[in-house]
Design a binder for this molecule. Sequence first.
Ligand SMILES: CC(C)(COP(=O)(O)OP(=O)(O)OC[C@H]1O[C@@H](n2cnc3c(N)ncnc32)[C@H](O)[C@@H]1OP(=O)(O)O)[C@@H](O)C(=O)NCCC(=O)NCCS
Length: 179
Amino acid sequence: MLEKCTFETERLRVIEWHAGAADRWPRPDLTDAVRSILTPAVTRSLPPGWQGQYSAERARTWIEEQDAESTVLVVAEKASGEIIGLVLLSEMTSEQGGADVQVGYLLAEHAWGRGFASELVAGFVDWCRQRTEQLVLYAGVGADNPASNRVLEKCGFSPVETGETGSDHGEQKYRLDLR
Ligand SMILES: CC(C)(COP(=O)(O)OP(=O)(O)OC[C@H]1O[C@@H](n2cnc3c(N)ncnc32)[C@H](O)[C@@H]1OP(=O)(O)O)[C@@H](O)C(=O)NCCC(=O)NCCS
């Protein structure tokens, strides 16, 4: 289901990162986009293995790793056509028969502070609400990331209490139940 995810918001166009390969987003652009987005300020709150400089080779390896584990969406600003962010999604069948979807997102540094993440996550939640499948969305936020906490709360996510599925290593888990 997630690989078919594509939606637009007022300022953003979002599409699975290989879906537009033939026309709008050829592979070399994807490598360049990953290199320009994964700067030290962006990866600071993300997994330690993602930190450091990105050569073209490392960006290609990163893309392959994400393809093996997740569905990735590219986020383009409509006005410029520039890729300004990525959404990483992984889906598991839940015990109740619906699906649990883990949501991660990152925006290029120059795009911060303009409401793009809130618009992006709200757009994704709207897209999910239109599915017939019973979905529960999850996101994890590092303790040092108040902007991301705020984005999730604005989009209707609630913190998961410690001891439920739990906060882990200073990470706060959030959930939005769309069933
Ligand atoms: C976190 C991130 C996605 C936010 O993107 P963004 O487009 O700047 O977010 P928005 O502008 O939509 O919203 C940020 C909100 O947090 C608030 N905020 C920003 N910095 C804050 C801070 N230090 N303390 C409290 N609130 C803060 C903003 O005021 C805004 O809330 P408002 O709309 O009520 O004013 C972006 O900084 C990013 O990609 N960071 C690196 C990767 C990352 O951390 N991803 C999330 C992993 S969980």
